[in-house]
Design a binder for this molecule. Sequence first.
Ligand code: CTP
Length: 141
Amino acid sequence: MTAQAQRTVLTYGTFDLFHPGHVQLLKRARALGTRLVVGLSTDEFNALKGKKSVMCYEDRKAVLEACRYVDEVFAEDDWDQKVADAIRTGADVFVMGDDWLGKFDFMGEHCQVVYLARTPEVSSTEIKQRMRDERTALTLV
Ligand code: CTP
């Protein structure tokens, strides 16, 4: 493939308890280019956001790297690194789920910005809640 044909897509997230919503997002993001680069929120950055993942950064990274749609994973540890990341990775497209609609329009100065529709009815939060409910139900039996 020639350098001109290379099209880099950049996205971000926590990707805890890797689920079909993540797969769909990554698959559609990768289809927008030839290389998908993912900024993965570190545990420290998640703590800053008031978020706690079940899986640690290294485990979430290993799972993401095993996904056929992902070419590269790097650490996201700051809200303000996205422009520098886009320049460093040579991103042509910036992708996020539409729960972030409008929030990253400023990236339009550096690359195309695309918000993809979220897959309904699945999220890391929902899986964690389901596990809590199952545990309660089992305790009650
Ligand atoms: N995503 C999606 N469809 C879902 C869940 C997530 O398209 N059902 C997308 C998000 O919009 C984001 C990326 O996947 O672009 C990573 O999202 P992340 O926050 O890691 O996943 P969630 O399952 O939404 O996590 P949480 O419940 O902790 O917010």
